[in-house]
Design a protein around this ligand. Sequence first.
Ligand SMILES: C[S@@+](CC[C@H](N)C(=O)[O-])C[C@H]1O[C@@H](n2cnc3c(N)ncnc32)[C@H](O)[C@@H]1O
Length: 381
Amino acid sequence: MALPEPTPEARAHSNRVAEHIRGEIAASGGWISFARYMELALYAPGLGYYSAGARKLGKAGDFVTAPEISPLYGLTLARQVKQALEAGFEDVLEVGAGSGALAATLLEELERAGNVPRNYLILELSADLRERSRDTLAATVPHLLERVAWLNRLPPVFSGVVLGNEVLDAMPAHVVRVQGEKLEEGGVGVRNDRLGWSWRLASGGPLAAARTLKLPEGYRTEIQLAAQGFIRSLSGVLEKGVAFFVDYGFPQKEYYHPQRKDGTLMCHYRHHAHADPFFLPGLQDITSHVDFSAIAGAAHEGGLEVAGYASQAQFLVNCGITEVMSRTPAEDGAKFLPLANQADRLMSPAEMGELFKVIAFARGFSRPLLGFGEGDRRSAL
Ligand SMILES: C[S@@+](CC[C@H](N)C(=O)[O-])C[C@H]1O[C@@H](n2cnc3c(N)ncnc32)[C@H](O)[C@@H]1O
């Protein structure tokens, strides 16, 4: 597939990112793990895809996420957040808020519903996106801006509602493969000045995790130790409350299916999805699907209860997306038809409805959650 040509400036930026990564590989004796490569390509300060100025999200960027597709998503999620806040919480913490689109819709809608959070904290690694989300909120909810604070690490303690949309898939993944008797870890080396795969015997965390999966010969896959670590850290911080993460992925039984014998790494460049993580480093997104069983396991280890797991479509239906849509009269075709189209993208099994899942974790929160009233698939984890 021919991918669009970058501008000369963008290519020069990517060359600088690659140079930086080659420097780290040389300093590390010729090899870095794929997870480290992904971390540098996405988050190296001032260079990485998320840390530098690339447009990233939305039509003019490389991919669109649910909050960018439609306000329906945030308006519907707001009903779940409202229910959780009504259990006696005041604060929301959004992890990886990107452009701030979801925060803006949620704050507007929660205000309308009489449940505006006391504090809306945004934990965002990317300085560029912290700025972008600040601009979005200044333009949409200027009167609520004083309630919003940006963090670059988890607070020491938190009580309230935690949200993360498409953030776990963006955390660095390790790669492993089975070669005969051996379990190998995929890393990155340099040959003829070019970055490329370099395999060595797996050890440490990736080896331990891969062993438990009992993968067949020839199988190659990702292991999200960083995402699991993040959930463990969150469990150390969440004193009381409920956390929702939405992402594409599967429970373990489906994730490590023979069909996915080459793994789930996916790169996004100007709305083209492909599987080459070494294409224009710094200019493209790199992701892996989420192993929700491993994420649930990490939460469990941290003492959190898994409070729900459902497809995105089921979750949105349970939260009342149809009622949200009914606020726009169907006779008003100019407004209703685009909404119906957006709802289809969020809900259709051929689009995001089935591949995307919502998982919830709770501590000290025993009410049944609105979004999992029907079709809770926790038993599949
Ligand atoms: C695919 S984008 C999704 C953005 C937004 N939630 C949306 O749905 O449009 C991933 C976001 O997660 C952020 N991110 C990745 N790892 C993070 C971490 N450990 N802590 C906070 N933010 C993180 C990225 O900088 C980026 O904003």
